[in-house]
Design a protein around this ligand. Sequence first.
Ligand code: BGC
Ligand code: BGC
Length: 971
Amino acid sequence: MTRQDELASSREGLLRYGEDTPTRDSFDNYSSSSELDLHELEPLEDTTSPRPRGGWSPKKKKKSKKGKEKEGPQPIKPKRRGGWCRTRNCVIVGTILTGGLLTLLPMAFWLVPGKGSGITSPPVYPSPKGGTLSQWEQSYEKAAAMVGKMSLIEKVNITTGTGWAQDLCVGNTAPAYNVGFPPLCLQDGPLGIRFADHATAWPAGITVGATWNKDLMYKRGRGLGLEHRLKGVNVWLGPSMGPLGRMPGGGRNWEGFGPDPVLQGIAAALTIKGVQDEGVIATAKHYIANEQEHFRQAWEWILPNAISSNIDDRTMHEIYLWPFADSVRAGVGSVMCSYNMVNNSYACGNSKLMNGILKDELGFQGFVQSDWLAQRSGVASSLAGLDMTMPGDGLVWQDGNSLWGSKLTEGVLNGSVPMDRVNDMATRVVAAWYQFGQDDQAKWPALPKGGPNFSSFSKNKVDKIHPYSDDDTTAVVNHFKDVQGEGDRFHGRLAQQIAAEGTVLVKNVDNILPLDPKGGLVPRNLRRDGKYRVGVFGEDAGSNPEGNNICPDRSCNVGTLASGWGSGAVDFPFLVPPVEALESTFDLTAVEITKSLTNDLSTNWPDVHGQQDLCLVLINSDAGEGYLSWNGVTDRTDLHPQKDGDTLVKRVQDNCAQTIVVVHAVGPVILERWIELPNIKAVLLANLPGEESGNALADVLFGRVDASGRLPYTVGKSLKDYGPGGQVMTKPNGPSPQQNFDEGLFIDYRYFDKHNIKPRYEFGFGLSYTTFTISKLNITTLKPKSPLPSPRLDQSLMPPAYPTTIPDPSSAVFPAGLRRLKGRIYPYLNSAAIREDTSHYPDGWDNHSHLSPAGGGEGGNPSLYDEHALVAVSVTNTGIRPGKQVVQVYVSFHETTDVSTGKMIDFPVRVLRGFEKVELRAGDTKTVETRLTRKDLSYWSVGRQNWVMPDGEVTVSVGSSSRDLPLSGVY
Ligand code: BGC
Ligand code: BGC
């Protein structure tokens, strides 16, 4: 059976859960006949619906039920999968059966709770107030002055979104004009400005991780920040650092920087610094453990609840939280809580995560916003520490029914939400706005001059200002402002440099690379027609013939792959295909290029394969966010190249003695089917390069730059090699699927090392065109060992205090004459009659939790960041070309017993703790230093609830990959 047949038959047997059948074909049905069925399902906690998302096509008109044309933009629906049920009868029968099964199946699941469903998350209350740390002191002073003058309505306005597609950005808040606070524009995403024109499509996070270049990480952040500011975006919805990459197939791993917490954390922090240095508020997302797309949110995958990522406390701290801690330490202004549950409590309602870890332990001073419809409760989420709901819609998209908005107003008026809490929510938002200088009118002019100058929901110059509403007011919504920079400062140059440094050379037999533009070693007189013959093979070498942006949010894999898909993708302003750059780099007076830009071996194949002197074959593997899918993929459940790239490579090399393979991919790809074949001379893993793809590739292929990328993940020999924890859960094991992170700390290379599994290419590996030696390791103690960080300091600053009198409800009633737009979220009440407070405060509300000893500063107790060891080595370029080496520093703890429990503590064989990329001319030597902090040299003690530095020796190893560590010493 082909995969397609398998899929079809499993669907005909209707929804045998666990076939590889993400059941979201019913997505489209949602708004039609099956709506009722879905609503009749009682979920465990809350309900919501999948959303209509993606872009909007301004011209499409949709027929309403009465057959009338409905005006205005309509959502572009995600493509349906498969095509097995095309007849009308099939659809009707299918719908009935599906409806029935949908009703019954989840109910049946309730009887069989998944293993792990007993795990819970402890309550932590009340919500710590912002304004306690000196780095934010002035912003809080100004914010307090402003919030002190705000009405309750205004406080609700700035903490509740206006509703999906009510205004021009993917997220919009309403203003508090009386006190001078503007509406905010929140926009995706991690690699550029989503739904915008004339903006850079930067290399994706995973490519940035592969550069291991701190300077480039920061500069890309600056570029992103500048472009967002010039387009009028206040809050950038990036960087992504969760998913971290527990599973190599996780659909959104590519938005972040790779599965090592330290690499991820450094890249995230530098990106945040860059963006915020331009005055744009960055968002560390998705907090936390949203490691796979399957079941990430309720209803999107039919089930009434999202998956629960069940994580123990130590793993949380040492792995998944680490990059968020670095982000808070970098001063990030916003954090986005994720869709999934963590230990069976929704991340956006989880008081341990928001109140406890983020705001107390990490000292986060900005505001927590929900992922889009990740908020699952009203009062409870506010008490648990959520500060802003996005996009404002409640459990259902675009029905105007927010969980906050008027409900938050009412909750405050009847005492369910303390005034204190809503004041803190508003103050956090305003403080972040001041913190990055957005009150500066020169840079952030007020409306109508300022604000977003593009629309996420229309490509027309003039269109609706409230895209999804019954208000037909139009204005210029797209100013087509070019924010890409000019001349030497054209951002494409930087994007190209990042893409080139994010390209990892893993094989280079006989130094076949770099290439000579005039051709290879074949003497002129032996060349046919005097030309050196180069064959370029594979669809991935060329463009999508229909256009680079044809699929919604890039949700198809056609032509060269330069980005994954979803909210983290952008419109390409241009995309340089590899073949174009090859044609413009090879000297065509000496070289003849033959192209076969397809993976279809039947097309023209016999004509082009033979007698090439050199063959370049390009293949790829794509993935993306869960509201879209391509060819059955969201998460990758198989790491082989897509579109049968393996067969293509094998065929090319069968007929070509010098074959070079280039892989564009969202993460690790299994290379085993051909990597050892004799004609495969060189392999480049080029990740996701963004708009300058071809130019960057040519830079590396022809040696205009050194090959200096290093793997930000392990390339295993099979998906199985990553262990049970490395597998995406595709079969739900209950109504709220339970995913136990049983492997603990042992993900990616930590798993391979622990179980002695030989990867194909290890984490940190990559070849250069020159050679280096590393010598003279010197470890200097800067501070002696001591088990615990300094005691937490008393809070040095008092958070703003406001009167807590509850305002008169009559001040919150809809103003007479205000036109209510369809679907829009308002803060107002219909009448001043307030329902009595019948809510119960959550468990643990009154046992005020103690302050964490690991807290006290941004990113945690400041003494965690004291430098304890200085690690220095000498690096020499021993080759004949200039090049860049990445010096990597790993730490190995020795077995020890926990200070509080006396139990043995298990450690990974080694963990990355620092790195530096250094550029060297041939023959040159440089000293490279990294510093290890207390936190780097500690483990998280669950008993102590603190970072503990073991008193035994810690081995420090230095080298050029996680498995090439020639030098070691001790601290
Ligand atoms: C994604 C976020 C994104 C948001 C707004 C969500 O589906 O998970 O990453 O920022 O949508 O588009
Ligand atoms: C690319 C060109 C592209 C141009 C678009 C350049 O960086 O190299 O191929 O057409 O940008 O502005």
